[in-house]
Design a binder for this molecule. Structure first.
Ligand SMILES: [Zn+2]
Ligand SMILES: [Zn+2]
Length: 356
């Protein structure tokens, strides 16, 4: 097994070769064919999240320690199974649900493993995808590809279910009759746009400061685009609402104080802003505004195992187009992370450890 390992936070990844593990019990060994390089891998590799005001949430405070193989967007072929693994066979092509919980607590019993207080997330708490192989604790976390390319399915395990979970937080009738403001037209934004259209949503107004990304959003089915650099951007968004007064739904995929404020500024009374992005910073709001504007600000974190299954079915049924993907070799892991940090990746960078 060859893996690129974060041996120390903030230091370049190191290549390690070690014996390929043999699965026992319910475990499954996946030979990785695709591993997405996600923006949150950069935060984990940095060793902290920025909380604003000079404060940080360090990995150690979350129980995340090096050495760690990063990468939670994993697809591959089942190479070996433990004696108690059920429902999969050697040779199956699968995408791995990485947001694995303890399997024993109240959150896990509700099917919300992503909210488990003692998570076993692959690529964060356990070793993940920047590797030729990955050990998955239970076969049920392996969802069949059924014809979807591994490099595409890998992204559905993260940005896919993240946006799907967030979009499902809106009232269905409103979702089908009014536009959603999507802030951020990067990888997550394009995923949100195509899934929204695939789900039968009314449509999206996409906001980004990068004109090239706005053009891409229009080419991928946005109803309209706006640039937050314009001083009257909130007025522009409001004018695009069917009522002409403002929107009821926004998703902030960036997550800094300015983007969250923009989302709130575009809402009519009774609006809902779903916060997804983890850019960092600190945000304040006068408390009377929450009741007076009947405003909902709801955080959304990744999605459930069932949502990954449902999303894969939705993608097949509605032929949802895949996001733009750049394929790279496993040995380019550090380079791809550096390019992502520099904003030089178009769509998503995916490592292909079994060959491009
Ligand atoms: Zn991710
Ligand atoms: Zn749990």
């Amino acid at each position: 097994m060859r893996s690129y390992v974060a041996t120390e936070w903030g230091k370049p990844l190191e290549l390690r070769e070690q014996e390929t593990p043999a699965p026992t019990g319910k475990e499954v060994l996946v030979r990785i064919t695709a591993a997405g390089v996600c923006h949150s891998d950069l935060h984990i590799h940095d060793g902290y999240y920025d909380l604003g005001g000079g404060r940080r949430l360090n990995n150690a405070e979350r129980g995340v320690y090096p050495p760690r193989v990063l990468g939670h967007e994993i697809a591959g072929t089942i190479e070996a199974v433990g004696e108690a693994a059920e429902g999969v066979s050697v040779g199956d092509d699968v995408v791995v649900y990485p947001w694995i919980g303890c399997g024993m607590c109240d959150a896990c019993a509700l099917g919300d493993e992503q909210n488990c207080p003692t998570p076993r997330t692959l690529g964060i708490f356990f070793d993940g995808g920047y590797s030729t192989h990955c050990l998955v604790p239970e076969a049920k976390y392996c969802v069949p590809l059924d014809g979807i390319a591994p490099e595409v399915a890998a992204l559905y395990a993260c940005s896919g279910i993240t946006t799907y979970h967030a979009l499902r937080k809106f009232d269905e009738a409103v979702f089908k009759s009014e536009p959603v403001l999507i802030i951020g037209a990067g990888g997550l934004g394009m995923m949100a746009l195509t899934i929204l259209n695939g789900m039968g949503g009314f449509g999206a107004i996409v906001a980004d400061v990068d004109e090239n990304k706005l053009e891409a959003a229009l080419a991928n089915g946005a109803r309209a685009v706006v640039n937050p650099r314009d001083v009257d951007v909130a007025a522009q968004v409001k004018a695009l609402a069917p009522s002409g007064r403002g929107l009821r739904m926004a998703i902030d995929l960036v997550g800094n104080p300015e983007t969250l404020q923009l989302a709130i500024d575009c809402m009519v009374k009774g609006g809902k802003v779903v916060a997804v992005g983890l850019m960092g910073g600190e945000f304040t709001i006068p408390t009377p505004f929450l009741p007076m504007r009947a405003l909902t600000i709801e955080g959304s974190y990744v999605g459930t195992l069932q949502e990954l299954r449902d999303l894969m079915a939705l993608v097949r049924e509605h032929s949802i187009p895949p996001p733009p993907i750049e394929k790279h070799t496993l040995d380019e892991a550090q380079q791809v992370m550096d390019s992502l940090r520099a904003g030089k990746i178009t769509g998503r960078g995916v490592l292909m450890p079994a060959g491009i």
